[in-house]
Design a binder for this molecule. Structure first.
Ligand code: ARG
Length: 406
């Protein structure tokens, strides 16, 4: 694959196709067409309470090294973040691994190297340059929103396993509260003090409920009562909280140096990347670790070329307002089903005459709602309003019809 990334432009052809498909009431997929594409294009530290990783299961985890430090003192000293291999040339990591947290300046691709192999001290470590990277345009240093980026390798690594990203139908299972998940990294293995192990560590954690990741609710794991982050601290829409406690009550968490690394759920072929290590308060405290929620970053991941769009799973929710005798305004909201929505299409059928009226709308970047107006309606009578949403891969099922008497 090339190293160009694509910023999603809504294609009016897509909307057209969606309208057409709704008109014929085909609930099946619109043929995939490419969207109008436009080009777009770190610190020393090191899972607390983890164990050595099984390389067959975690071979997709790579370390991110500082180039000058690598040249001076080797990979073990140069490692400061981690990343997950999603194809032979692409990795997903945290945006904050690529942006100077003080100045907000981006690193250059040549400032970093990616190393494959679980032991940072092994002579067999494979160290590869980075050709380019794409940082989420909505990444904010201050709030750590959208802390995600994609790295493009200078050479492919076909002999390392890759990890699939959670998307669509995976999400309901994998993001559910209490799901068993694993965090992996070379970060600090001590809650107090420092101990950086050369071998990749894996910690068993659980996905917290959203209420404990932005609404402050407590959560109990094995008798350990964790506090939740407040609304001002964490946003459960785009962040996922996780932590673990073993039966003896010892807390398991990511720590400094684990950033950018994976949070996965599922085993073997069913393993999916559900989060990226982003931030925390201390390590292995009574507060969970915070991860970038993969299922909320579908737009960016599709634009960056690491995820193929899937048709929306759920029909949009619709609300119909009647601002005048001859028009209706339809408000559309796409449920958070882990898929991307580029456009909505609405049909309104006059129940007396069978006449069909349509409108369509595109949500603004990173939004899941939009409105559109249908004008020039005959005065009086009743209308049956239905809608679908869609993207380049296809369209959602048709929503439940709403009948409006006018
Ligand atoms: N921001 C940290 C890093 O750069 C990751 C911290 C994760 N902390 C935690 N307690 N889960 O490595």
């Amino acid at each position: 694959m090339d190293t160009t990334t694509y910023r999603g432009g809504v294609s009016y052809r897509v909307i057209g196709l969606i309208v057409a498909s709704l008109l014929v009431l085909a609930g099946t997929a619109v043929p995939a067409i490419p969207t109008a594409a436009a080009n777009e294009v770190a610190t020393q530290p090191r899972v607390v309470g983890g164990q050595e990783a099984d390389s067959a299961e975690f071979g997709f985890v790579a370390s991110v090294l500082s180039t000058p430090r690598y040249r001076q003192s080797g990979a073990y000293q140069a490692q400061y973040c981690a990343a997950s291999l999603t194809s032979p040339t692409t990795l997903v990591t945290a945006a904050h691994c690529l942006v100077d947290q003080q100045t907000g300046e981006r690193l250059r691709p040549r400032d970093i190297l990616i190393a494959f192999g679980s032991d940072l001290r092994s002579p067999g470590l494979r160290v590869i340059g980075v050709e380019d990277f794409a940082i989420h345009p909505g990444y904010r240093v201050k709030t750590a929103e959208n802390d995600i980026a994609v790295l493009y390798l200078a050479q492919p690594v076909p002999d390392f396993p890759t990890i699939e990203l959670a998307q669509g139908s995976d999400v309901a299972t994998y993001d559910a509260p209490g799901t068993a998940a694993q965090v992996a990294g070379w970060g600090n293995s001590r809650a107090r003090g420092n101990r950086f192990l050369p071998e990749l560590q894996v910690g068993n954690v659980r996905v917290f409920p959203r209420a404990s990741c932005g609404r402050g609710k407590k959560y109990d794991i094995n008798g350990v009562v964790f506090r939740g982050f407040s609304k001002r601290e964490a946003d459960p829409r785009t962040m996922l909280c996780a932590a673990g406690a073993n039966p003896a009550g010892a807390i398991i968490d990511a720590c400094q140096g684990d950033s950018g690394g994976p949070l996965t759920a599922g085993v073997g072929d069913a393993r999916r990347l559900i989060g990226v290590v982003s931030w925390g308060q201390q390590c292995a405290s009574r507060l969970p670790g915070v991860y970038t929620r993969i299922s909320a970053e579908t737009n960016f991941l599709i634009n960056a070329g690491v995820l193929a769009a899937q048709p929306p799973i759920l029909a949009p929710d619709i609300e119909v307002l009647t601002p005048s005798a001859t028009s209706v305004r339809v408000r559309l909201v796409a449920p958070q089903d882990g898929t991307r929505v580029d456009a909505f299409a609405v049909t309104a059928t006059d129940e007396a005459t069978g006449e069909v009226y349509t409108c369509s709308a595109a949500p603004r970047a990173n939004r899941r709602s939009a409105t559109c107006d249908i004008e020039g309606l005959p005065v009086g009578g009743s209308l049956r309003v239905e809608a679908i949403s869609g993207n380049q891969a296809g369209s959602s099922p048709v929503s439940r019809p709403i009948t409006v008497a006018r």
